[in-house]
Design a protein. Sequence first.
Lengths: 245, 290, 323
Amino acid sequence: MSALTVKGLCKAFGGLHVTSDVNLDVQPGERRLIIGPNGAGKTTLFNLITGELTPDSGSIALFGQDITHVPSRRRPHMGMARTYQIITLFPRDTIIHNVSLALLGLSRMRWNPLIDMKRLGHLTEDGRAALDRVGLGHLADRPLAQTSYGERRRVEIAMALAQSPKVLLLDEPFAGLSIDERRDVHQLLLGIPRDVTMVMIEHNMDVALEFAERITLLHFGEVIVEGTRAEVVADPRTREVYLGH
Amino acid sequence: MNFWLVLAVNSVTFGGLLFLLSAGFSLIFGLMRIPNLTHGSLFMLGAYFGAAFAGGMLGIMFNFWLATLMAAALMAALGALAERFLLRQLPGQQLAQVLVTLGISFMVADFCLMVWGGDPVNVATPAGLGGFIRVGQAAFPLYRLAIIVIAMVFAVALWYLLDRTRLGAMIRAGVDDPDMARVVGIRVSRLFTIVFALGAGLAAFAGIIGAPILSVYPGLDQDMLPLALVVVILGGTGSLLGSFVGSIIIGFIYNFGLALLPELAYFVLFLPMLLVLIVRPQGLFGRQVP
Amino acid sequence: MSARIAALVVALAALATLPFWLADIYYINVSSQILLYAIFALGLDVLVGYAGLVSLGHAGLLGIVAYATGFMLMEGLGHPLAIVIALAIGLAGTAVFAALSLRATGIGFIMITLAIGEILWGLAYRWISFTGGDNGIGLKTRPAPFGYSMSSPYTFYYTTLIIFLLSVIAMAIFVRSPFGAALRGTRDQPRRMNALGYHVWAIRFWACMFSGLLTAVAGILFVYYTQFISPQTVALTSSAEVLLMVIAGGPATLLGPIVGAALVVVVKSVVSGFIERWNFLLGAIFVAIVILMPEGLVPGSARLWRLAWRKAGAQRAKTEGKP
């Protein structure tokens, strides 16, 4: 059974077809890379998969279960997590609070208006563990406002991982990072165990290619090439899409 | 039959006044993305100033129309100052700007009470327009017809401004997409000041020419602001045509509503507004989502 | 930490003994007013400060409860029944209010709440057969809980104080709870919260209900305090005033709305004895705070205090450092 199956996904805004008949079949534990020039519709595809956008037609299945009409807020509960291209963290809080919110999102406790949140010790413990895994354990109590961009990227990934996802969608996790920071995040991603299936959108070819096992190339919302890393890199259509000839 | 005809004409007159009031409100909402909660106060303050100029303040009794222009100009200037020195301190913070307009409305309301007291100020119908026109059995007040004509003239003038002048093109660009407008080189912050001043001047103008009919009293701002709100929400922000059509419709609903269903008059007025807001909240901003 | 507790104890002691050191009945009544408006402001703060939703229609919610109470008392119901039914009506009204307003956020939310407030005001003003129109509804008596008649300003003050303290405790518990954290999350990053598995609309809805509950309680206290309800209470200016309390005092704090309520009530009642045009003053204060101290008086003053403290400390270090 594949981890994530997308069949015939279509989305149009007025006359603009941002997603045209996209098919995707990601196996459990796979490292899939989605590439394509600007405007290819990669982030839109992610938004459709997470449910933030409703497709015009097509279907999405998570480990065999059809989630096409499942509201986006339910999908994390089913094992789908995602990071964003533009960092969307909670600026007024500490790092540990940010991660705790991620953990709380899957817990029934999130509806409780009576107990003091500080008493949810297990939440904080799991949060600190998640931060340790991304190498930020020592910064847990630091206010987010006092962290660097690279650290925030890692907090984002920690929040996604904290939810123990089965499928992790990463939207340009290397965007805006320095060379050192990219190395750190790369190490982090390599260290993620195989029970997490990963799909990544990335522009940064040097790190992304290392990461990818299979690659899907999108252009104008359509899948142009798909295959193993070697296949896609060698395919003449890839050159055409990026270089125009 | 007479009754309905007179009511209809009054509705169109009121619609004309509403148009002058809401056109500015709509432009400000469309361009600056804020409901200007001072707009009713500008209407009222302009009316007070106009009444003062016409009534012999500054030692001279100005001609009604001159007083009108003076008051409108004065309010436009004050509007520009308010935008420049208060609203512009909060660039991009729409919520905060709305709160500032709220605070200013408090200040203006009290200022008017301070200066002009609690009694309504009556303004005489300007010379030459005090009579009636007889059409068959019905008699229509000349002044009300004059207001309709004035509103039409301004409607055309505003349309010309927006559609045919460079300033208008810049305003429309700003309403459409302020960021893009900036990229293209349009000084959007200066546009804000101009449009706010224009809105203030129009509101004041509406206030004074409406004064012989509505008179000027404390609470006038609270009466007019919600009406401008309803017109603009029904007609669409930043849309001149929407303001025009919306004003006439609301003019009718308001006058007929008060005459036929006085107990539910406000309900009938605000329910459509609520429905539009609920069904199409994004309709307020055209392409942008609040 | 102990300084805070000490301050809290002093404040509680002062409030508990207020009628003894503030002998004038006028000021005792003003204090009751401050307390009930503080509850109203705290209720609005749930939305403004913690949910990030600015409402310009909350006076409408207060008005529903106040009018319901007045109407039922007029129809001959006893106080306890009238209060219970009025609270229920208030909550039902809040649910409708929330369902309508939560169609939008930001400016859209402000506009819808403003529209609802105006509709309610219009009903209060024009539906004369029910509300008495501009004449309003007068209340002849105040309730007498446990035999203590609230007609006495002392009893009224202490009853209001107890309800106020319960409200503050409720707010504190709410704010510190996981739900409170989730609500703040929806304020700061609604899209991210959705992606983390939270039901953003439902969280906001229940926040509205909590806000409505506090507002309803304030409404009951209000209508018994003034023993009168008229359309003026439901007008836009009233919604603007309570918003001013929250914004001036400091949204998303516990102390802010209380300070804000005190500020506005004092200006209206006490200062108005000296300055006739207190609305002008309120408006000016509002504008000044929004532009100069947007976080509100309580956090803003705390920040300035810390700044001054640090500067004094640095100054001391400088003079001591130099031999």
